[in-house]
Write a protein that binds this ligand. Structure first.
Ligand code: ADP
Ligand code: AMP
Length: 226
């Protein structure tokens, strides 16, 4: 199966973007481009970008558009991005979205497919505060909704599960507020272009996955790289 375009997964923190993006990227054999994962990797490697991003991320704010765009452009120039990619957590501001349009055009990709995950706030809070992540493959678990078979250990590779610093209640509150202010307007932006596909992401992982795959099958052959 070929994607040959960008899939953009929009939605508030904790909506399940990473969980679904990882599965869809695997299915289509294209890169999963999570700007949050890229920044966490930069922090772990102790790079200049990581040093700048760490305090911003810990308080739940957004890293600057300039730094994010430079990071994304560099990643898209790598050869594994020639057959499409899944964006998770990007774009997050109108400026990033407009710049992404120009980049996709210059790389010869057509219009993106944009799915917007909606989840009621009480579920979001449970998903964020219960989230544990594998330190090896990045797979997420949830102590309430999707626990690992053995507490603290990844089912797939035995890696240790860790909790994100920004899943603390104060940072969660700020991240949800920043989402409302800066990222939610992107739904209108993509809707006005006729690209927005809404997904009820409050359902189970399997049901949400089926819904996203159905959208991809339906729009297959439209937009895309020519
Ligand atoms: P995001 O990338 O949007 O911040 P994640 O994919 O990391 O969200 O998911 C947030 C938390 O919710 C994780 O603990 C994950 O295991 C859990 N989760 C994801 N999708 C679902 C779902 N459909 N039902 C229940 N829990 C889910
Ligand atoms: P995420 O893993 O998507 O929840 O992102 C974690 C944090 O990384 C966010 O709260 C931001 O601080 C930062 N971040 C990730 N992606 C972006 C982006 N596209 N623009 C600005 N900041 C970002």
């Amino acid at each position: 199966m070929a994607l040959n375009r960008a899939l953009i997964v929009l939605g508030p923190p904790g909506a399940g973007k990473g969980t679904q993006s990882r599965r869809i990227a695997q299915l289509y054999n294209v890169p999963h481009l999570s700007t949050g994962d890229m920044l966490r990797d930069a922090i772990n490697r102790g790079t200049e970008l990581g040093k700048i991003a760490q305090p911003i991320m810990e308080r739940g704010d957004l890293v600057s558009d300039e730094l994010i765009m430079a990071m994304v452009e560099q990643r898209l120039s790598e050869p594994d991005c020639s057959k499409g990619f899944v964006f998770d957590g990007f774009p997050r501001t109108l400026k990033q979205a407009a710049q992404l349009d120009a980049i996709l055009e210059s790389h010869g990709f057509g219009k993106p497919i944009v799915v917007d995950f909606a989840v009621p706030e009480d579920k979001l809070l449970k998903r964020l505060t219960g989230r544990w992540m594998c330190s090896v493959d990045g797979e997420t678990y949830n102590i309430y909704e999707k626990p690992p078979k053995v507490a603290g250990i990844c089912d797939a590779d035995g890696g240790t599960l860790i909790q994100r610093a920004d899943d603390r209640p104060e940072a969660v509150k700020e991240r949800l507020a920043v989402y409302e202010r800066k990222t939610k307007p992107l739904t209108d932006y993509y809707e006005s272009k006729g690209l927005l596909e809404r997904v009820d992401a409050g359902k189970s992982v399997e049901e949400v996955n089926r819904e996203v795959r159905a959208i991809l099958n339906r729009v297959d052959g439209q937009h895309g790289r020519v």
